[in-house]
Design a protein around this ligand. Structure first.
Ligand SMILES: O=C(O)/C=C/C(=O)CC(=O)CC(=O)O
Ligand SMILES: [Ca+2]
Ligand SMILES: [Mg+2]
Length: 405
């Protein structure tokens, strides 16, 4: 799907991963000015508040806020209208005098947490990840539980510990029990891990007692961000039966400073790999429910994995439908993660748990044998997808460095 649009007049943007067909939103600070909403084009940030004010846009106030939430709350028709307005501004040469003074070089800004997280839910939608983790954690059982192919499994996480890219992540401490030990001990995790995921950001709320069907996905979801669900595997392994992840994951979850609007991913839709058995009616989706987004996991500057989002078993529309099928409502700022993205090939695994097969098969990074994360390690997730302009668009990266416990 190639959408014909004029090229942007912003220098350096045409042909880059942040061309006119991308336009992700974030919250930035520049000099000592208060944080506010910006849109990225090329290596520039459009400071939207002054531009929208001079154009007397009715919704100009949402860009003066230190979070995307007021923009998210406007809903799909407003999001589309703003994108159309922005596209015109950044492609019409005669707007250059108006917008030019409000372009700030990316190198001069600091990105803030882009939205206030309302509730945070993490799913478990990769067949390959779930099968791998099942084999590693539960070698004597079937890798997939009987419910796995009937519903997108998930758990409620901790909204207050979602942090923006660049925030240091302190190694958590907790209870764990070494194999063969008589009882648990307490101390810093020795099996700290990362998980490569996409996070879906809810804009328009829903009413308590109502459901959001698979077809209403784009009415509620504003966009997508890269997400690293840091996980302490030793704490997790000891605590998780039967209620699921708790302290092993709640200490930090990192998201990118940029949220890519769903509109920018219009050319990235692909069919799901296939669901067998056919899910219940409320989970049935048509063609194009998946997204063709290629991720990259970088550890200390070296690429260690390339997880393909197109391989995911459950789609985000199904996650949202399942999340609300009991009548639970949505709030502006809700965040739901895809679950770790792992493809079928070993070099497509989205966690170190899988890349090192539970720590039993070290892999090499910069000439060093590695299993789990060491203090000082930096994990960066990157991703690209087909754009509507015929090239590729980039998702904003999420990075974090492990601090000693
Ligand atoms: O299979 C398990 O016991 C747990 C797996 C996970 O680590 C849960 C999780 O965060 C889901 C995911 O990222 O896919
Ligand atoms: Ca996860
Ligand atoms: Mg987490």
């Amino acid at each position: 799907m190639t959408q014909v649009t004029r090229p942007t007049w912003v220098e350096g943007a045409a042909g880059s991963l942040f061309d006119i067909d991308n336009l992700p939103y974030g919250v930035f600070t520049h000099d000592d000015e208060p944080p506010r909403v910006g849109v990225r084009i090329g290596d520039q940030v459009v400071d939207l508040a002054p531009v929208a004010a001079s154009e007397m846009l009715e919704i100009a106030h949402v860009f003066e806020e230190p979070s995307l939430n007021p923009l998210l709350a406007l809903g799909r028709p407003a999001w589309s209208a703003i994108r159309t307005w922005l596209t015109a501004l950044l492609t019409d040469e005669t707007e250059r005098d108006l917008v030019g003074p409000s372009l700030v070089p990316l190198a001069e800004v600091a990105m803030r947490m882009p939205f206030e997280v309302a509730d945070y839910v993490d799913f478990y939608c990769s067949l390959d990840h779930a099968s791998n983790v099942g084999r590693i954690f539960r070698p004597d059982d079937e890798p997939l539980k009987p419910n796995w192919r009937h519903l997108p499994a998930g758990y409620h996480g901790r909204a207050g510990t979602v942090v923006v890219s660049g925030t240091g992540v302190r190694r958590p401490s907790g209870q764990s029990k070494a194999p063969g030990a008589a009882g648990p001990g307490y101390g810093p995790s020795s099996r700290l891990d990362m998980e490569a995921e996409l996070g879906f950001v809810v804009g328009a709320p829903s009413e308590l007692g109502s459901r959001v069907g698979v077809d209403a996905f784009a009415d509620h979801v504003f966009g997508v961000t890269l997400l690293n669900d840091w996980s302490a595997r030793d704490i997790q392994a000891w605590e998780y039966v039967p209620l699921g992840p708790f302290l092993g994951k709640s200490f930090a979850t990192s998201v990118a400073g940029w949220v890519t609007p769903l509109d920018a991913l219009a050319a990235a839709h692909v069919d799901l790999p296939g669901q067998d058995p056919e899910p219940l009616d409320y989970l049935r989706v048509g063609p194009g429910a998946g997204f063709d987004i290629d991720l990259e996991v970088v550890l200390n500057g070296e690429t260690v994995s390339r997880p393909p989002y197109a391989s995911m078993y459950w789609s985000p529309a199904q996650m949202l439908a399942h999340l609300t099928v009991n009548g639970a409502s949505l709030r502006t700022g809700d965040l739901f993660g895809s679950g770790t993205i792992s493809g079928p090939a070993p070099e497509q695994r989205g966690s170190l748990l899988e890349l090192s097969w539970g720590g039993t098969e070290p892999f090499t990074v910069a000439g060093q044998e590695r299993t789990f994360l060491q203090d000082g390690d930096t994990v960066t997730l990157r991703a690209t997808a087909p754009g509507t302009g015929g090239g590729r668009i980039g998702l904003g990266e999420v990075t974090g460095t492990v601090l000693p416990g």
